[in-house]
Ligand binder design. Sequence first.
Ligand SMILES: [Zn+2]
Length: 164
Amino acid sequence: MKILSSETWKNYLPVEENMLRMKQVQKITLHHTNSNPFYPYSIKERLISLAEFHTQDRGWGDIGYHYLVSGKGEIFEGRSKFFQGAHVESFNDANIGVAVIGDFNIEKVSNQLKVSLTILLTELIAEYKLERTDVLGHREYLDKLPGSCPGDFLFKFLKGFRDE
Ligand SMILES: [Zn+2]
């Protein structure tokens, strides 16, 4: 699996003092960034603007997610997997965050995206000795409302992935 390292897009240095060491990973959580899919910006510009929001506006040590995936299935490294992310409030200490860039209440999950997510999630499950049922959608921690993160189309993909 090809993962584009964070050096390919980050234009800043993470602040390690503002992050905690990752504990033994128990869960993987799927998100969408809920960003307008019709922005005319490149994927790298979108990663940088998301990272600026997380580090400057929120004051976090780095972008909140460990992996970010484009609608075309390109996989980017986000925050180092050796640090806890900032993606599910109160459940970050042993939890890898994977976010797909876009709004998956509007966008369908393309075939390339399905292939990339299946490979990424399968490799993470193997790396941390987890089960497919350990991959949750963000909405499953909280309100469970239709439409909430990771968007209905991506959540449907995730349920199918877990049932396989
Ligand atoms: Zn989310």
